[in-house]
Design a protein around this ligand. Structure first.
Ligand code: G16
Length: 545
């Protein structure tokens, strides 16, 4: 079929906003993300690429998620999900960037056909795309642009409407594995809740959860979805007592405002509303429920945060112990993946105390996920609370098929198998991760304070720096060093030398129009001072002077 005329006509209805000369749109850390007003044409073009990708991959369903996650309410974003629920293969990001930056509708049609030719895509083959969006009001317009692209290319599509990002990832995998031995679960939102609730009950094993968990939902999609999930937990089987707060999705402007996982991590304090109760176990999700932060207010010491690094080390230690109890220690290789933002103390704890290998990758779940897949059990978390635990097919088979030699082995194997179902295998999922943490704390009979005692974080500080041109900054060594602009890294090195046990790095954000600076040092005041110093360096170089 010739889609050209239909694409041309539809594209005229969803124009691209031209950028200043020399600037172009980029598929960033998590797809295209910016002011929602710039995104309509981009989302249309992403639809064209998703259709091509489905045709390239034997008509498997491709996912498209419309969300800007932790960003302010006025932003939005769009990203592509591959058939097994993973992020779009990185080789294809440049095709997305190419289509989105075409100057005219005619050029777009030309490039679409060239891509099909170059990648040997049969445009007559069936194609399928499924999509969802978060609660941002701009999402409406964007998904209709997306649907237009799918219509124009004769692509079958399913609009799953409002979803958390990890739910869309789940649905993509469930769709593509339906009716096969690898079936990931029922192809519905209810199927997602049923799977999680069932696995949670199995993993809990009649253990008791201590007290109430207060969950701050960032006034995003996680609020209604978590409330819905809670209905699926069978009464009397587990005592999960959750208090859902900051779940106002009717006032768009309050999304991620003074609440949510990103606020907690960057401000290093609890959301002011509702007033946190001293001692209460709390956690925060972000705007699309793929990040998680735990914390409590200690009556003596004040706010204490358990971030992605803590969740990572908790999961690695618990799962490592289970693997040992299950008699699988010599068969299963466990590894942990972090980014440069990981607190140095967590890396030490994992390598020296847990004796597990740690690999550092650039920021972005897409990078961590792939490396985690090289282990039988790959634990990956970014310090900002985004992550999951991946089990290889061999590991999952071993949990189910190994003949236990003792009741303790049987118990460990059952818990591991339940965790394999409970933990989202497609992407970091705050609701699933939260259930995992609750399971682990219940098994260990730990409070948050017990968890926090495992090691002491190095004081650290994360600063967002607005610069004239963030594209001037290029990194190397898994983002731990700047290769450009010339001279900047030398100045950072000189600053770091002035402090004890210090480390600092800077990079351009791939989701916001800013740079990020991270610093850690022996004391809080030194970490703050170093972060400020490096921020000034970045400001200076970022203005191009
Ligand atoms: C996204 C990515 C994360 C990344 C974060 C910040 O999170 O999925 O992997 O850590 O952006 O990235 P950057 O520092 O490049 O802005 P989210 O929760 O916003 O989708």
């Amino acid at each position: 079929p010739n889609h050209d005329d239909k694409i041309l006509a539809a594209s005229k209805r969803h124009p691209i906003v031209p950028l200043e000369k020399g600037q172009f749109y980029k598929y960033g850390t998590a797809g295209f993300r910016m002011r929602a007003s710039l995104l309509e044409g981009i989302t249309f073009r992403v639809g064209l690429l998703a259709a091509l990708r489905s045709r390239k991959l034997n008509s498997q369903a491709i996912g498209v998620m419309v969300t800007a996650s932790h960003n302010p309410a006025a932003d939005n974003g769009v990203k592509i999900v591959d058939p097994m629920g993973e992020m779009l293969e990185q080789d294809w990001e440049k095709y997305a960037t190419g289509l989105v930056n075409c100057q005219s509708d005619e050029e777009l049609v030309k490039q679409y056909n060239e891509l099909a030719h170059q990648l040997k895509i049969d445009l007559k083959a069936p194609a399928k795309v499924i999509y969802g969006r978060d609660t941002r009001p701009s999402g409406h317009k964007l998904v209709s642009a997306l649907a237009d692209a799918l219509e124009a290319t004769d692509t079958e599509y399913v609009d799953h409407k409002l979803l958390t990002t990890p739910q869309l990832h789940y649905l993509v995998r469930a769709t593509n594995t339906e009716g096969t031995p690898l079936s990931y679960g029922k192809v519905s939102e209810a199927g997602y809740y049923e799977k999680l609730a069932h696995a949670f009950v199995r993993a809990m094993k009649n253990k008791k959860i201590d007290g109430t968990l207060t969950v701050d939902c960032a006034n995003g999609i996680g609020g209604p979805k978590l409330s819905e999930f809670l209905k699926y937990i069978p009464k009397g089987k587990v005592n999960l007592d959750v208090k859902v707060v900051n779940d106002d999705v009717l006032r768009p402007e309050v999304l991620n405002l003074d609440c949510g996982a990103d606020f907690v991590k960057t401000k290093q304090r609890a959301p002011p509303i509702p007033k946190p109760q001293p001692g209460a176990r709390c956690c925060s999700l972000d705007g699309d429920a793929d990040r998680l932060m735990y914390y409590w207010i200690d009556p003596e010491r004040g706010f204490f945060m358990l971030d992605g690094d803590r969740i990572s080390s908790l999961a690695a230690s618990f799962i490592g112990d289970l693997v040992e109890s299950a008699g699988l220690k010599h068969d299963i290789r466990i590894g942990v993946v972090q980014t440069a933002y990981a607190n140095g103390a967590s890396t030490n704890y994992i390598t020296q105390h847990l004796k597990l290998p740690v690999i550092c990758t650039p920021t972005g779940v897409k990078h961590l996920h792939h490396v985690a897949q090289s282990f039988d059990i790959g634990v990956y978390f970014e310090a900002n609370g985004h992550g999951t635990v991946l089990f290889s097919p061999d590991a999952l088979t071993a949990f189910k098929e190994k003949q236990p030699q003792s009741p303790a082995q049987k118990d460990a194997l059952e818990t591991l198998a339940a965790l394999g179902d409970l933990i989202n295998q497609t992407v970091g999922d705050a609701i699933s991760d939260m259930l995992m943490v609750e399971v682990i704390l219940a098994h260990k009979a730990w409070s948050l304070r017990d968890w926090a005692m495992t090691y002491s974080d190095l004081p650290n500080r994360l600063v967002r720096v607005e610069v004239g041109n963030k594209d001037l900054f290029h990194t190397t060594d898994a983002e731990r060093r700047l290769s450009h602009p010339e001279g900047a890294q030398q100045e950072i090195d000189d600053a770091v030398k002035k402090y004890k046990d210090a480390r600092s790095f800077a990079r351009a954000s791939g989701t916001e129009n800013a740079c990020r600076v991270y610093a850690e040092a022996a004391t809080r005041s030194e970490a703050n001072e170093l972060a400020e110093r490096v921020a000034r360096i970045i400001e200076r170089y970022g203005s191009g002077q």
